[in-house]
Design a protein around this ligand. Structure first.
Ligand code: HEC
Length: 180
């Protein structure tokens, strides 16, 4: 005969078993989508360069160096002079004050030169994102900025100089971070 106390223990044991079986069963039911990312894979997603220049890596480049990168990696979609073949991929010129729909390009729309590095490093070339080295990105954005008349052909573009470039549309945005 079980004493009152051992009855309680058996009840506890049964509850434990039920919980364990439920846990194992629900684990087997998970969709098994992909696998956990390790630090190396995660660092690939962690490529943020902010408007204030934080996150920009060491390195530099000039437009004259970037011309070759542009011609081999970008021109096919963005045109020899950055004119693109539609509004989405036009990189040069444009006008935010036009009577018609504004033509947004790096030169006319982007408020910061720093984020140009970020965008190109992460998203371009559209068919092979993240395939360029940091140096190649510095070089090619120097060329894109040069095509927009914002840096000289042999001017060194690096973290420090990107922060100093005053983009034409710098004042064209309203900081809404304090508006509730
Ligand atoms: C296969 C075609 C293709 C290639 C190659 C390519 N791009 Fe693009 N790029 C695009 C498209 C399409 C967009 C528009 C994307 C969107 O609006 O979402 C774009 C957008 C951009 C923009 C943003 C333009 C803006 O004002 O919003 C920049 C900057 C840019 N590309 C730079 C580059 C550079 C630099 C290279 C070469 C390293 C490159 N792209 C190579 C297709 C391409």
């Amino acid at each position: 005969m079980f004493t009152h106390k051992s009855c309680k223990n058996i009840a506890k044991l049964i509850i434990c078993c039920v919980m364990l079986i439920t846990a194992l069963y629900s684990k087997a039911q998970t969709p098994r989508l992909g696998k956990a990312l390790g630090p190396a894979a995660l660092s690939n997603f962690d490529l943020i360069a902010a408007p204030d220049g934080s996150g920009l890596p060491v390195g530099d480049g000039t437009a004259s160096q970037g011309k070759l990168v542009y011609e081999t990696q970008c021109q096919v979609c963005h045109g020899a002079g950055g004119e693109g073949n539609g509004s989405a991929n036009r990189l040069v010129g444009g006008d935010m004050q036009s009577d018609d729909a504004p033509i947004r390009t790096v030169g006319s729309f982007w408020p910061h030169a720093t984020t140009l590095f970020d965008y190109v490093r992460r998203a371009m070339p559209a068919t092979a994102p993240k395939s360029l080295s940091n140096t190649e990105v510095y070089q090619v954005i120097a060329y894109v900025l040069h095509m927009n008349g914002l840096v000289g052909l042999n001017e060194v573009v690096d973290r420090r100089s990107l922060l100093q470039i005053k983009m034409p549309n710098r004042e064209g945005f309203i900081d809404s971070s304090n508006i509730r």
